[in-house]
Design a protein around this ligand. Structure first.
Ligand code: MET
Length: 234
């Protein structure tokens, strides 16, 4: 059973969401069923980059994770692309046997049995600015598939329309912890990121949520963008 892997890198810190700051190794799956207008990981999405992706089995993936982590059992972050279009069950089973724990980031467009074997399922439904539509029946199936695994929802917000959508989504899933992060319009890995622009987007989002009495979501920046800009493999 082989998987398309765009990159495996780390140890680094998780830059966003519930595990922000957590030491982790990333396993970035190649291939995605979405085409978000502002995608920051096209190198793991567009099949134009397919020749850069490795074909690996579970043993190969975990050997690389162990090499990078020095064999220390840390949290492995499975991202993409959409990792749920592939079968990460064998990777998670093997890794858990070695003491690793797994978090997975997905938009919630494909439900998988192996979600139940995760320590954390991060569901990131995409707001209107992405140009994508969420199939809520499938999203619900993802939540159900996670079973007893911890689940959170993370929504990227570019503008007020996205924010209104995030709020409506939050009403629909009142029991799901919600994390919001400002969208990053700059996706060129070569271009430096202006920290002030990032702070300005955070300020807007804090004022537009907490500042207007919506006290439900946690508001976080992309910490890795602040540290490394849009560089890959960090
Ligand atoms: N597709 C996954 C998600 O939506 C991984 C990050 S997006 C490049 O969470």
């Amino acid at each position: 059973m082989s998987l398309r892997i765009a990159e495996i890198f780390g140890p680094t810190i998780q830059g966003e969401g519930a595990l922000i700051g957590q030491p982790t190794v990333f396993v970035r799956a190649g291939g995605c069923d979405y085409r978000c207008s502002w995608c920051d990981s096209m190198h793991a999405v567009d099949s134009r980059y397919r020749q850069d992706w490795a074909v690996m089995d579970a043993a190969g993936i975990m050997a690389e994770v162990a090499r990078l982590s020095g064999g220390q059992p840390l949290v492995v972050s499975i991202s993409g692309g959409n990792p749920a279009i592939q079968d990460f069950g064998p990777v998670i089973a093997l890794g858990r046997g070695q003491g690793y724990r797994f978090a997975c980031e997905t938009q919630g467009s494909v439900a998988r049995d192996w979600f139940a074997d995760l320590a954390l399922l991060v569901l990131s439904p995409k707001p209107p600015s992405s140009g994508q539509e969420t199939d809520w029946a499938v999203f619900d199936a993802c939540l159900a598939a996670a079973g007893k695994a911890e689940r959170i929802m993370k929504i990227v917000v570019f503008d007020q329309n996205d924010l209104d959508w995030a709020r409506a989504t939050s009403v629909r899933y009142p029991d799901l912890p919600l994390y919001l992060q400002p969208g990053n319009p700059e996706t060129d890995p070569e271009k430096p990121v202006d920290p002030q622009a990032l702070a300005d987007r955070m300020l807007w989002l804090v004022e537009a949520t907490v500042g207007r009495g919506w006290l439900v979501p946690r508001i976080l920046p992309q910490l890795h963008v602040l540290i490394w800009g849009n560089r890959r493999g960090v």
